[in-house]
Design a protein around this ligand. Structure first.
Ligand code: HEM
Length: 427
């Protein structure tokens, strides 16, 4: 596509900066121009090709040989020598887990590690999730105001993630800090003066993951997914490598909790901003499972993912050279009117809501999707039951950690009148 000056990069493509507004404010809305007229474009700011339409994003996810996921956890912004030296001092060596592994190694590993994600195994976690949510809500239900993120939606997915992985539930605050650093390290554009601090936390996170792993190896009999991998290692050392275990210990904590906490936070923001929709699900809780899908479509927590072209190819008729890096904006795909009717409205009865690409698609599709769905569903069931008259504190500004891919409000302030709680009893 040539503009009248002959420059192959259009003005919109040249202006695209995913680390700034308007992408940071509204990723899919900021790319409507692209979906409408230039659905595959090169971004000079990013050094990536950007893909924004549903069919194209899905096609890239589907073909993980032409479009390798090997760069999924690579730093999107190169760091200064000083920051790299900090990472080196901590022996930081994030390697291949599942999400960034190529075939055939990926499928071999995924197949042997899948069992703990099957529905029969996941149902075992449900009573724990419900009990945790009830306990947390008990702590604030009579108060009249809360920050849903700090008091419910962050810590429960973290607790569930650690429980699922088999990691001791301690140092939650430290892990929260580490996770922010991991997100900025992988998908952010920290300023040179911030990079050293980010690298310091990422390095410590890597060390922490190694220590947890060493301890687990001494007694890998526990029920967690990481212990499951450790027990398989002697039979298949080439599939379950040391590098895999160490990398997954760190990446898995983030994959399992940040994504889910942010998705739940997005869901509450969206539902409470669309009051009639919130009231609809309060009145009929059978709508909740589809409401979860619709929230994941409308405002998912993973808004863009990455692939690299392994050969000269094309996407939607646009030629893509071998080695091209791709930002595939699944949140934009989720708002593509070519696939979803009236995509910018939230409709908890939408019949194709679950076609969203928030969990990716194809052979790498999120393994933890049903665990995440279950958690968000329980959050909604409990709060629509116990605090149906909940509302957002008016005038609050929602803030987001600036990065290309992980998105959820840092705080969601809500208020209600405790005397109107359905379970209210005079003290
Ligand atoms: C992969 C999103 C929750 C574990 C992925 C991918 C995405 C994603 C976009 C890459 C898919 C692809 O390349 O096609 C999400 C979102 C979540 C969530 C939005 C919450 C709402 C979880 C949870 C766990 C988890 C709770 C673990 C308990 C994984 C794993 C992979 C993965 C292991 C790699 C799968 C593979 O490459 O074979 N997730 N995830 N995720 N996710 Fe999730």
């Amino acid at each position: 596509r040539l503009d009248p000056t002959g420059c192959p990069v259009s003005p919109n493509a040249a202006a695209f900066d995913p680390f700034a507004d308007p992408y940071q404010q509204d990723p899919p809305g900021s790319l409507k121009w692209s979906r409408d007229g230039e659905p595959v474009f090169y971004s000079p700011v990013l050094g990536y090709w950007v893909v924004t339409r549903y069919e194209d994003v899905k096609a890239v996810f589907r073909d993980n040989r032409t479009f390798s996921p090997s760069i999924a956890l690579e730093k999107i912004t190169p760091f200064s020598d000083e920051a790299n030296a900090v990472l080196a001092r901590h022996d930081y060596a994030m390697g291949r887990t599942l999400v960034n592994e190529d075939e055939p190694a990926h499928m071999e590993r995924r197949r042997v590690l899948m069992e703990p994600f099957t529905p029969q195994h996941l149902t075992q976690h449900e009573p724990m999730v419900r009990a945790l949510v009830r306990e947390r809500v008990d702590a604030f239900v009579d108060r009249g105001e809360a920050d849903l993120v700090d008091e419910l939606l962050y810590e429960i997915p973290l607790t569930v993630a650690l429980h699922f992985l088999g990691v001791p539930e301690e140092d939650m605050e430290t892990l929260r800090r580490y996770s922010v650093a991991h997100t900025l390290n992988t998908w952010g554009r920290p300023k040179p003066e911030q990079q050293v601090a980010v690298a310091e936390s990422v390095g410590k996170f890597w060390q922490y993951a190694g220590q947890v792993l060493d301890k687990m190896r001494q007694d890998p009999s526990g029920p967690g997914w990481m212990q499951y991998g450790i027990r398989l290692q002697p039979q298949m050392p080439d599939v379950i490598t040391d590098s895999y275990l160490h990398s997954m210990m760190m990446a898995g904590i983030v994959a399992a909790h940040e994504t889910t906490a942010m998705a739940a936070s997005n869901a509450f923001r969206v539902l409470l901003e669309n009051r009639t929709v919130w009231e609809e699900i309060c009145a009929d809780q059978s709508l909740i499972p589809n409401a979860v899908e619709e929230c994941l479509r409308f405002s998912g927590s993973v808004v863009a993912w990455r692939r690299i072209a392994t050969t000269d190819t094309e996407i939607g008729g646009v030629r893509i050279p071998e080695g091209a890096k791709l930002l595939i904006v699944n949140s934009s795909a989720n708002h593509d009117e070519r696939h979803f009717d009236d995509p910018d409205s939230i409709d908890v009865r939408r019949d194709n809501a679950s076609d969203h690409l928030t969990f990716g698609y194809g052979s790498h599709q999120c393994l933890g999707k049903n665990l995440a769905r279950m958690e968000i569903q329980i959050f909604l069931e409990e709060l629509t039951t116990r605090l149906p008259h909940l509302e957002l504190v008016p005038g609050q500004e929602f803030t987001y950690l600036p990065n290309t891919s992980f998105r959820g409000p840092e705080h969601v302030l809500v208020r209600w009148d405790p005397t109107r709680n359905p379970e209210y009893r005079d003290p």
